[in-house]
Design a protein around this ligand. Structure first.
Ligand SMILES: Cc1ncc(COP(=O)(O)O)c(C=O)c1O
Length: 289
């Protein structure tokens, strides 16, 4: 049997139902997290739980559990579902109330749901790299909140897929922001550059790990806005996310990045990232790149 977490209780997943008037369903009025699991252990759990709490707080939802309680519940869920490699999806909404744009008054409890998804590391893409397209960033101006409202991201990702590409790299005018579900990095003359974490992008947990790894390994790294022109002239490009890790980008809009192969600094960062996973979650058996 598969289990899910619903409002503090771990129950049969097929019984985990929410009301048609849940505000997440009707308005996307909630926030979410995706947490990677390797060897049955959650990677960068504290960072994900803090971001979850911050996202919820920034839209006025108070999560009815502490970080310690959430950790215990997620650990139990993992054990019950015997998840070794995959993801935990977790979301909290403003709860169920008669449909009204205004926040419900009175004591409406938030709805908190989590469940697990089996999934191996994307080894083929990590090895060979992926293609991307460029698309105008049409999203709102609070992309730092990991909101359930993902329409702009979905439209971008779908467009990429229809053109045989893995990711859509979004830009506001000449400034590159982020992927539809990833952060974007360029490498120029040995320096790693990625958008500063502000309201225009999601402060990726993977991005932060990569920036730290650069600093620890004496790789020059800058968090600043870069332009489409800089992207076009980059020595290497890669993207990052919880599920994609450090993923080389080898072609954008049909134009190869340099030789069209993953670059050497990207490869080094993949190695450092793998070591970081192993530090937290144990050795990745038969799962190397
Ligand atoms: C829009 C967006 N940016 C960046 C990321 C990467 O964030 P993280 O590394 O925390 O998964 C994601 C992840 O889903 C995302 O949806």
């Amino acid at each position: 049997m598969e289990y899910a977490l619903l409002n503090g209780e771990i129950i049969d997943r097929s019984e985990a139902k929410v009301d048609v008037e849940d505000r997440g369903y009707q308005f996307g009025d909630g926030v979410y997290e995706v947490i990677r699991v390797y060897n049955g252990k959650m990677f960068t759990l504290t960072e994900h739980l803090k971001r979850f709490a911050n996202s919820a707080e920034s839209i006025g939802i108070s999560i009815p559990f502490s970080i310690v309680e959430l950790t215990e519940m997620l650990e139990e869920l993992l054990l019950k579902n015997n998840l070794q490699t995959g993801n935990i999806y977790m979301q909290v909404t403003r709860g169920t109330a008669p449909r009204n744009h205004l926040f419900p008054t009175g004591n409406v409890p938030p709805t908190l749901v989590a469940y697990t998804i089996k999934g191996v590391r994307p080894l083929e893409n990590l090895k060979s790299g992926v293609k991307a397209i460029l698309t105008e960033d049409i999203r709102w101006l609070r992309c730092d909140i990991k909101s359930l409202n993902l329409l702009g991201n979905l439209l971008a990702k779908q467009k990429a897929s229809e053109q045989g590409c893995f990711e859509a790299i979004q830009h506001r005018g000449q400034d590159v922001t982020e992927g539809s579900s990833s952060n974007i990095f360029i490498v120029k003359n040995g320096t790693v550059i990625t958008h500063e974490s502000n309201h225009l992008i999601l402060k990726g947990i993977t991005k932060d790990v990569i920036v730290d790894l650069c600093k620890k390994n004496n790789i020059p790294v800058l968090e600043r806005t870069f332009s489409l022109a800089e992207l076009g002239e980059a020595d290497e490009v890669f993207l990052s996310s919880t599920t994609a890790e450090v993923m080389p980008v080898i072609e954008i809009d049909g134009n190869k990045i340099k030789s069209g192969n993953p670059g050497p600094l990207t490869r080094n960062l993949q190695e450092f990232f793998k070591k970081e996973i192993e530090k937290q979650c144990g050795v990745l058996v038969n799962n190397g790149i």
